[in-house]
Design a protein. Sequence first.
Length: 97
Amino acid sequence: MKFKKEMLQELVYDDCLLAEKIEDNITGTTRWSILHEMIFKYNDKFYIVQYSIGATEMQEERPFEYSADEIECPEVEQKEVKVKKWILLENETNISI
């Protein structure tokens, strides 16, 4: 679904009456920008969009500044995901090899 750039900018700044921001996570960085992924709710459906902002106060990059007037946002749904992770054992002593 396409959304107006102005509405998405309002969502970033928590100033939108048409939709609700659910999550806004940093997904990476470049030399000049911080990359974000935002999940939002609109008409009882959830959507995702990516944007970037300037990495420092000297970078003049605002959310969706270089985007078209309408931005395609795919619909998403939340699902449980199992992840395997390596965890330190509590009773292990440090052994040098």
